[in-house]
Design a protein around this ligand. Sequence first.
Ligand code: NAD
Length: 335
Amino acid sequence: MIRVAINGYGTIGKRVADAVSLQDDMKVIGVTKTKPDFEAKIAKKKFDLYVAKNESLELFERAGIEVSGTVEDLIKKADIVIDCSPDKVGAENKKIYEKAGARAIFQGGEKREVAEVSFNAIANYNDAIGKRFVRVVSCNTTALTRVIYHLKKNFKIGRIRATILRRVSDPKEDKKGLTNAIMPDPINLPSHHAKDVKSVLPDIDIVTTAFKLPTTLMHVHSLMIELKEKVTKEDVVSALEREPRIMLLSVEDGFTSTAKIIEYARELRMRYDLYENVLWLESIAIDGSDLFLTQAVHQEAIVVPENIDAIRAIFGIPKEMSIEKTNKTLRIGYI
Ligand code: NAD
């Protein structure tokens, strides 16, 4: 049984903790919080609660919330730490992990240099085997990598151009937003996503542009891929529909926007979490030697299965065994 510590219990941390709890070969031995807020109170009902920073001990004591210790105490009991702290904080936390001799998984908000390998289960699982520090790439990079990996595996492809329409913040945010504007992010080309995809799929030619939009539900990607052989739409559909982590949905069934996709997910899943790339069937089109497709990405959930597989990769469990188990427990591919 792999003993997992979750350092940072926010959007990603709480989801990874629940996903770990569904596995029969790993268990959550504790989670950390910085503030004694409602999230800390709920966390304590499910898991042993620790403080992420020593200075938080007093806050929790004053709030009357008993904790089991500090993050250092938690790490001592763990086989691996999943760092789900905010962007760039993971690099700071790494010092604690190094000092304790711990293994750790970081998230996409960290620079690539934080870990020995940037990880996507389908594309480069084996690169993480036996590693001590692994970084699960971001939500956008995860979705781009999955679809590009399968296209590259099945067809001869050339240059890839992708436009990323980013949700401005997660639904819970009340400190940042974009009420009535579309923001090029960044204005200069390319956006960082292309480089990040190449950290897992080094041999591809990709340029990405990105924009922030006033929505919280999902990101949307519009991709154009050069085909270097004759391929039909049916070929593309049949290559992608074999991958459980890609869900093909149709406008004909009423999926006219991200709003409808999320409404569907509300019926389907806990916390309406969609771990899959959601690809519109009608958007798959071939014009001359260019393949076009459009996909939606549930940013809060898509990296959750990748974190579970990253844990198993570090402990040397074979790729297919891990992915199959993760898919089954999270009901990926079961609609
Ligand atoms: P979040 O703000 O929802 O959660 C972060 C949690 O970490 C909060 O509970 C915060 O109190 C806590 N924290 C603050 N300082 C800490 C410290 N020093 N040590 C431990 N915990 C600390 O953030 P999130 O959206 O869950 O993002 C976490 C990571 O996952 C980031 O790297 C982010 O880029 C990445 N990520 C986020 C998304 C997304 O859409 N939310 C998607 C994929 C990847």
